[in-house]
Design a protein around this ligand. Structure first.
Ligand code: IFM
Length: 444
């Protein structure tokens, strides 16, 4: 076991873990769920490692009750999950699939019965295929449909959920889904990518407006953004300038419209070189996107080091995820930066974690010392941020359990809980037991 650092968190601090619908639910064809772009993408040969897909995933759709028992047993007080848009509205709009909605009702009731607070994301990348066929996020209408879906969910579940997150990582949809093509829908289209950025941000603002009237006054709404602290790779003026622009694409492009109701002018000008995004911004859109929110959900995984020519460099050990440099100080830096540049917004960490090469030992346990060390060091960075005055309320580890890691399929294991996929048995890893001790003691 790792030595204690003697750092105590505030009494009110809330610990939990996160998942998303397509990554764990399975039951892709059950009870009227409609297909999403991830069903299509993962079934397209060559797109996902080993041809894996989410048809069964961790079968959480059927195993939810015992999964919630485990969350309770580990002592977590918050669980962040996402609703599958096409489970509730099989074609993204139109008739409601009540069986789908009932699943989430049962899940939320089950959480309350176990003393766990639900935190619900409305969109974690699984655009209904039917809406994608009509243009998806390139089509402004998808933002309007998202607001209708948000209103429906708020009407149906609003009085039972204290915290709502509209979109998960809109940037990843832009970059992986539309620039690199490594995620659904697998496009490589710079021009479209930033139109998609605007429409997602618009969807966020419209959803906040659409949900408010249906939620109790004390309910909170925000968005989940994966923020990357960007550092110059050297002391040159060129590296400083390139880092500023890189930061614009990674962070300001999403933070500025949500918290300042404006796009960063430098990024907008740069985008204009290759995308008509600006022509898609209609009068009033930025006011909508800047609709006041109650919190920001921060997801932190890696820093980025930028050279004077705009390329990036690796400075820290890489995890099993090729894109992740392990640098806990980056979490402190990004939390402080949000406070300095955007004000004293209540913050929650909705994702932080890493994949490790976990396997089931002959003694039936799973040991993952790398995850324990990673979490301890990142928790320490969060503690330092709280000491420095950051209004950080809660921390959710990514992920509750091993799951479908997008283009990596089931090869990468990000969970606190090991999933033995052939049997769907759950085995809390060493890190889960360690995390449980942290939660019970309130300290690392
Ligand atoms: O698994 C993903 C999650 O869906 C979104 N944030 C990053 C995680 C790890 O890649």
């Amino acid at each position: 076991m790792q030595p204690g650092l003697g750092l105590r968190f505030p009494e009110s601090f809330i610990w939990g873990a996160a998942t998303s619908a397509y990554q764990i639910e399975g039951a892709s064809n059950v009870d009227g769920r409609g297909p999403s772009v991830w069903d299509t993408f993962s079934k397209t040969p060559g797109k996902v490692r080993n041809g894996h897909h989410g048809d069964e995933a961790a079968n959480h759709y059927h195993l939810w009750a015992s999964d919630l028992d485990l969350i309770k047993e580990l002592g977590m007080k918050s669980y962040r999950f996402s609703i599958s848009w096409s489970r509730v509205l099989p074609t993204g709009s139109g008739p409601v699939n009540h069986k789908g909605l009932d699943f989430y009702k049962r899940l939320i009731d089950g959480l309350h019965q176990r003393g766990i607070s639900p935190m619900v994301t409305l969109y974690h990348w699984d655009t209904p295929q039917a809406l994608h066929d009509l243009g998806g996020w390139e089509n402004r209408d998808t933002a309007l449909k998202f607001a209708d879906y948000a209103a429906l969910v708020a009407r149906s579940l609003g009085d039972t959920v204290p915290t709502w997150l509209t979109l998960n990582e809109p940037k990843t949809v832009v970059q992986n889904g539309y620039l690199h093509g490594s995620h659904a829908p697998g496009h490589r289209d710079q021009a479209a990518a930033y139109v998609v950025a605007h429409h997602q941000l618009l969807a966020h603002g419209l959803a906040v407006q659409a949900m408010r009237p249906h939620l109790p006054a004390e309910a909170g709404i925000g968005a989940s953004l994966n923020l990357h602290p960007c550092y110059p790779a050297d002391g040159s003026a060129e590296a400083a300038a390139q880092t500023y622009l890189y930061d614009g694409y990674e962070n300001r492009l999403y933070l500025d419209p949500i918290f300042k109701a404006e796009y960063p002018a430098d990024v907008l000008a740069d985008i204009a070189r290759f995308s008509p995004m600006e022509t898609y911004i209609r009068p009033g859109d930025l006011k909508t996107i800047g609709e006041p929110v109650d919190l920001l959900a921060v997801q932190y995984y890696t820093p980025i080091y930028v050279t004077g020519t705009g390329t990036t460099e690796v400075r820290h050990p890489i995890s099993e995820a090729f894109w992740q440099q392990i640098f806990p100080q980056g979490l402190f830096d990004i939390l402080l930066r949000v406070k300095q540049d955007y004000g004293d917004i209540p913050l929650t960490i909705t994702e932080n974690g890493l994949p490790t090469p976990d396997s089931l030992g002959t003694d039936g346990t799973v040991s993952d010392p790398g995850r324990v060390e990673f979490l301890r060091d990142h928790f320490a960075a969060a503690h330092k941020a709280i000491e420095a005055g950051v209004n950080l309320k809660s921390y959710h580890v990514w992920s509750l359990m091993d799951n479908f890691e997008w283009q990596e399929g089931y090869e990468e294991r990000w969970g606190l809980i090991y999933v033995d996929y052939p049997t769907q048995r759950r085995i809390p890893k060493q890190s889960a037991r360690w995390f449980s001790d942290v939660i019970r003691s309130g300290a690392i």
